[in-house]
Design a protein around this ligand. Structure first.
Ligand code: SF4
Ligand code: SF4
Length: 75
């Protein structure tokens, strides 16, 4: 089976350091794909398969709680 060679930025995991999180909800509001949702005061990943690895959640979290982990690229 053929495979595309330019499969870049494939999401593996979104790590959330909940102990740093103040529950502002910015990450949930800014995600264009509704990957994250608030569970009371904590963001949770509800739809990792929808994530396009844009990095907006990580960049915009004021408390540096989020880390977008990509699959290892084979390039
Ligand atoms: S990387 Fe982009 S699409 Fe994925 S959870 Fe963060 S904001 Fe949403
Ligand atoms: S943007 Fe950061 S501090 Fe705010 S809810 Fe999301 S993870 Fe927590």
């Amino acid at each position: 089976m053929s495979q595309t060679t330019d499969k870049k930025r494939k999401i593996k995991e979104i790590r959330i350091k909940t102990e740093w999180c103040k529950g502002c909800g910015i990450c949930v509001d800014i995600c264009p794909k509704q990957v994250l949702a608030m569970d009371y005061m904590t963001p949770v990943v509800v739809s990792l398969g929808s994530c396009i690895a844009c990095g907006l959640c990580e960049i915009n979290c004021p408390d540096f709680c989020l880390e977008v982990i990509l699959e290892e690229s084979d390039r």
